[in-house]
Design a protein around this ligand. Sequence first.
Ligand code: SAH
Length: 274
Amino acid sequence: MSKFQHKKSLGQNFLYQREKVAQVVEAMNPTLEEAFIEIGPGTGYLTEQLLPKVKTLTCIEIDRQAIEILKTKFADKTNIEIIYADFLKYDLKKFCLEAGIGQQKLKVAGNIPYYITTPIIEKLIEHKHLISKAYLMVQKEVAERIISSEGSKVYGSLSVFCQYHADCKILLNIDRGNFYPVPEVDSAFIELNFEKKEKVETKNEDLFFKIVRAGFSQRRKMFINNLKRVFDTTENAVRPAFEKCDIELKARIEDVSIKKLAQLSNIMLDLKIQ
Ligand code: SAH
């Protein structure tokens, strides 16, 4: 580790504790038939333990110095591809096309830089038809927001967004002491399963997310008032939709489940409030 210059600007906190890395790999339950992409492999701590357990591993790393180390470290391995690129700009569609990934979807893993957690998740969701599961190391508080349900203080747009597209769970909690340099936050290793069991049924996704954003823009206010403002409408117009979905008129959005929000969006669409 001495030779490598850690770059704070690239969110470089390496999970270097062997046993923790082993737990992380085990939690993903990889098989030798699967193609994986690793986002931000750094100098390859996760890579070296994941590689022997998968069919192919494509590593996408933005740091040239890390790329050099990876290339030397894995020079004799045939099932690894090391790509110098910004994951956020990387053409995943083209990659899947060229790698012949179709029926059997891709898995994605990464101890990612935390300051781009949301853009990374957005990109994965945008390509969810190509991915079966994504496993990400994220800040613990972010993981809690991602998996939380109505009634929780941290239930918000991110929870609804992630759970709308994927089944989300925390696989492991990982203390900051397992990383080098030691970050200022604890972490959690999460799974986003895009092969979602129960789909949320919305007739109009844009309307659904407009309603979600409207509600959470002022989460402590009555949900109905946020809707009145954003949709420029009256309580009388929205009330029947609330009644049909069995949402209390006084409710705040933080007490409304994703399923009910979806129902509400479908009824609002029928009522032409959009
Ligand atoms: N997986 C390694 C490193 C984690 S640190 C380990 O656990 O040891 C995060 C890594 O993401 C760093 O190597 C950093 O250079 C890389 N990175 C940062 N931004 C990136 C981007 N946009 N695309 C790809 N990799 C990125």
